[in-house]
Design a binder for this molecule. Structure first.
Ligand SMILES: [Fe+2]
Ligand SMILES: [Fe+2]
Length: 167
């Protein structure tokens, strides 16, 4: 069982959490906590997705994205500390309440599947830009922009991986 419990008011499932934060334009501290948990979970989901291929180049690209998602969780955690002074830690997969049912692949290991995932990452870049624009705390806004720039890298890596699958 995960050692961490969901913050009060947080969406109950990982799917609901992704859907929720995708609609937030000016994040509250609770929204940032949900972001910490979803980003931390995304690492495990990328690693699960990487298991679907034997191509070491594709595996490497997906795992690189996964490791950076944990970094995003840590930046969101720092943003919470900056705006509220509160300590909220990014959990390891086994402690993440959103992974209580286990990790699963993000999509299908096909060219189209990875291209779709890339679009999701480009959407993540946009979301972080919106959060940064609507966050009055300049340090938190800076952290969101750093995450957003890396979501673009993630999208580009996925397009590269899709190209490798298609070759
Ligand atoms: Fe991320
Ligand atoms: Fe990402």
């Amino acid at each position: 069982m995960p050692t961490m419990t969901l913050p009060e008011g947080a969406p109950a499932t990982l799917g609901d959490a992704f859907a929720h934060i995708g609609k937030v334009t000016a994040p509250s501290v609770l929204d940032m906590k949900v972001m910490v948990l979803t980003e931390a979970a995304a690492m495990a989901l990328y690693y699960k997705t990487a298991e679907l291929t034997d191509d070491p180049r594709v595996k490497d690209l997906l795992q690189k994205n996964g490791r950076e998602e944990m970094l995003h969780a840590q930046r969101a955690m720092l943003a919470i500390k900056t705006v509220s002074g509160e300590d909220f830690h990014a959990p390891l997969p086994e402690d993440n309440p959103y992974l209580a049912g286990g990790a699963f692949p993000l999509g299908e290991m096909t060219k189209a599947g990875l291209e779709k995932l890339a679009q999701g990452e480009f959407g993540g870049e946009k979301l972080y830009e919106i959060w940064a624009d609507n966050t009055p705390n300049p340090e938190a806004a800076r952290l969101f922009r750093l995450n957003g720039g890396e979501e673009r890298d993630h999208g580009n890596r996925l397009l590269e991986a899709a190209g490798l699958l298609g070759a």
